[in-house]
Design a protein around this ligand. Structure first.
Ligand SMILES: [Zn+2]
Ligand SMILES: [Zn+2]
Length: 117
C-alpha cells in the first residue's frame, strides 16, 4: 500500500449490526450544498454516486438514541420512530413501541423466516 493521494482519507461509516461500511461525507442534520433540507435526526450522509444532481444525497445511517450504536437505515438494523433505535434496543423495549410497530416487526420477522432457504 504505497499509494499516495492528497485527499484526506474518507471517514467511514460502519453499521455495527450488519457490518455494512461506506465512506460518508457529512454527519449531522443539515447536509451542505442542499437547499432547505433538514433531516429529522443526525445522520451519516454521502453524496449520491448515481445521481448527477449535486443536491442528491443518501442517508447511510445514524446512531441509536438509546445505546449510541452506529446503525444503517436498513429495516433489519434500525427503526425510526420519533428517534432512531437500533434493532437490539427495539427488541429489548418492544412492548414500549406502539402496537402498530410491533405488528409490523412481527410481520417482517415472519417474512424473513420464510425467505431463508
Ligand atoms: Zn446495518
Ligand atoms: Zn440501541
Amino acid at each position: 500500500m504505497d499509494q499516495t493521494t492528497n485527499d484526506p482519507p474518507d471517514q467511514m461509516f460502519t453499521c455495527q449490526l450488519c457490518g455494512l461500511s461506506s465512506p460518508f461525507t457529512y454527519y449531522g442534520q443539515k447536509p451542505p450544498k442542499t437547499r432547505a433540507i433538514v433531516l429529522l435526526e443526525d445522520c451519516y450522509v454521502t453524496k449520491d454516486p448515481f445521481s448527477p444532481d449535486k443536491e442528491k444525497f443518501l442517508v447511510l445511517g445514524s446512531t441509536c438514541s438509546l445505546c449510541s450504536t452506529c446503525v444503517c437505515v436498513s429495516p433489519e438494523c434500525s427503526l425510526y420512530y420519533t428517534k432512531r433505535f437500533c434493532m437490539q434496543c427495539v427488541n429489548k423495549h418492544l412492548e414500549q413501541f406502539p402496537l402498530q410497530i410491533q405488528t409490523e416487526l412481527a410481520k417482517k420477522k415472519q417474512s424473513t423466516k420464510t425467505a431463508v432457504s
